[in-house]
Write a protein that binds this ligand. Structure first.
Ligand code: PGA
Length: 254
């Protein structure tokens, strides 16, 4: 598949995998994906496995991501992890604003914006998650929700840092439900997101920014989704927990 932007496929392991299991998974992935050059492959293990996974993927084509970070750089914030601490493990990406954190930890666009700026301050590339719920989609509010999330989360971001931000469009109703957005629904949302980025920044930035689709991506639907002109990769949950299924998504996307 010939794309203007390099595909980026990331595995969000969520709260799964002990260190031993994580090492098993990446060793399989390294084997399965060793010849892949066309795709940026990222794994996002839980914090507890970052150190060992980081060592295991040295000299491979797999990059490391975290699932969250604090908006603060250091200090009295019990239980939090700062961007600088992630950098110690050669983490390059960080998922921010995942709908599960918006829902369970009540993360707001304003907080996610602070985290995004802190991530860039430490040269970490954010994977910014946005997406509407089923009720919002059915009420015809999808565009309004996406625009509000983008405006809030991207506020004050310099254009260079916008280009290095990855956006993950994850319709909440498609996450972990087996109900994928249709390729047309994904393409329409991505095109809209790119238009909002063009309005907030400019056309060049919008053309360069990578937009992933997330929500029940599996090997069977990866090719169709990635063939859409504005879909530049995937953020994969459930199907990233097993080496074969994640590697098949990567390979089927090329
Ligand atoms: P899923 O999760 O692939 O299991 O739907 C995607 C995500 O939450 O990033």
């Amino acid at each position: 598949m010939d794309k203007e932007r390099k595909l980026i496929i990331a595995g969000n392991w969520k709260m799964n995998k002990t260190v031993a299991e994580a090492l098993d998974l990446v060793s399989g992935l390294k084997r399965e994906c060793k010849d892949v050059k066309e795709v940026d492959i990222v794994v996002c293990p839980p914090f507890t496995a970052l150190g060992e996974v980081s060592k295991a993927i040295l000299d491979s084509n797999i990059r490391l991501g975290a699932q969250n970070m604090s908006e603060h750089n250091y200090g009295a914030f019990t239980g939090e992890i700062a961007a600088g601490m992630l950098k110690e493990f050669s983490v390059r990406f960080v998922i921010l604003g995942h709908s599960e954190r918006r829902q369970y930890q009540k993360e707001s666009d304003a907080l996610i914006n602070k985290k995004l700026l802190a991530a860039h301050g430490a040269s970490l590339k954010p994977i910014l998650c946005i997406g509407e719920t089923l009720a919002e989609r059915e009420a015809g509010q999808m565009e309004k929700i996406l625009a509000t999330q983008l405006r809030g989360c991207l506020s004050g971001l310099p254009r260079q840092q916008m280009e290095e931000t990855v956006i993950a469009y994850e319709p909440v109703w498609a996450i972990g439900t087996g109900q994928t957005a249709s390729t047309q629904q994904a393409q329409d949302a991505h095109l809209y997101i790119r238009a909002v980025v063009a309005k907030l920044f400019d056309d060049t930035v919008a053309r360069r920014v990578r937009i992933q689709y997330g929500g029940s991506v599996k090997s069977a639907n990866a090719r169709d989704l990635m063939s859409q002109p504005d879909v530049d990769g995937a953020l994969v949950g459930g199907a990233s927990l097993e080496d074969r299924s994640f590697a098949d998504i990567v390979k089927n996307s090329i």
